[in-house]
Design a protein around this ligand. Structure first.
Ligand SMILES: C[S@@+](CC[C@H](N)C(=O)[O-])C[C@H]1O[C@@H](n2cnc3c(N)ncnc32)[C@H](O)[C@@H]1O
Length: 228
């Protein structure tokens, strides 16, 4: 789906512009698939999905190879230009149809209630406005539709949570493409009106040093059947 041209006739600036981060993420994330076990986590994240799926902030498309064959279509939203280009390449290799679309979580360029499931992995840390992004997610899911999430956030003892908050207020977001360390994805999903399904907390990497970004959660939530 192309971006609408601005009134001037020029293509509008990308909603997210982090060229240096994008370059680094494209390299580091591929290594993390095997070295940190991220490939296995993605497999668990997407297992059993079916129907039409929307993936928010798809990055370089590392989830695409893990979608099960029962998924009829993935619409993958990615605002960052370099990552989007890599996602398009990954989409060509995927076994399910994947359409990579520019756009931001806070204003999804798709119709309401058009999806059976939504996927967010390592994205809620980076969106500018979490409640708005989750409101959009709710809008585009059909009633009873499922959210699969793999996110990192606040965790550890007092020293760790203090460090996470301090980093969020200083260097971290600028260095890491707008990422925040001390967000609480499970609480945010609940506050946005999703019903929480099973979720489990895990450290990434599962072995080795515990870092401020290690505190992860992998799980499922639903848009309630009767929600507006
Ligand atoms: C750490 S990367 C994760 C990429 C991918 N989901 C994965 O699992 O590897 C964060 C991604 O969120 C995207 N992002 C940042 N702000 C966003 C926004 N407002 N809406 C949608 N995606 C956003 C970035 O461009 C980037 O692709």
């Amino acid at each position: 789906m192309p971006l609408l041209p601005a009134r001037s006739g020029k293509v509008p600036r990308d909603a997210v512009h982090h060229p240096l981060f994008a370059r680094c993420y494209a390299r580091v994330s591929v290594r993390a698939e095997t070295r940190l076990g991220m490939g296995q986590v993605r497999e668990r994240l997407l297992r059993g999905l079916s129907g039409r799926v929307i993936e928010i902030g798809a990055g370089n498309g590392l989830n695409f190879g893990h979608y099960p064959g029962d998924v009829s279509e993935v619409v993958a939203i990615e605002p960052e230009r370099r990552l989007r280009r890599l996602a398009v390449e990954a989409a060509l290799r995927a076994e399910v149809p994947v359409d990579v679309v520019p756009g931001a979580a806070e204003a999804l360029p798709v119709k309401s209630e058009g999806f059976d499931a939504a996927v967010v992995s390592l994205v809620l840390c980076s969106v500018r406005d979490v409640p708005r992004a989750l409101g959009e997610l709710r809008r585009v899911l059909r009633p009873g539709g499922e959210v699969r999430f793999f996110e990192h956030g606040r965790g550890g003892g007092r020293v760790m949570t203090f460090s996470q908050r301090a980093l969020d207020r200083t260097l971290w977001p600028a260095l890491s493409g707008g990422c925040h360390l001390s967000r609480e994805p499970v609480r945010a999903l609940r506050d946005a009106g999703f019903e929480l399904g099973p979720y489990r907390r895990l450290l990434m990497p599962e072995q080795g040093p515990v870092l401020p970004a290690s505190y992860c959660v992998l799980g499922t939530a639903w848009r309630p059947e009767a929600s507006a």
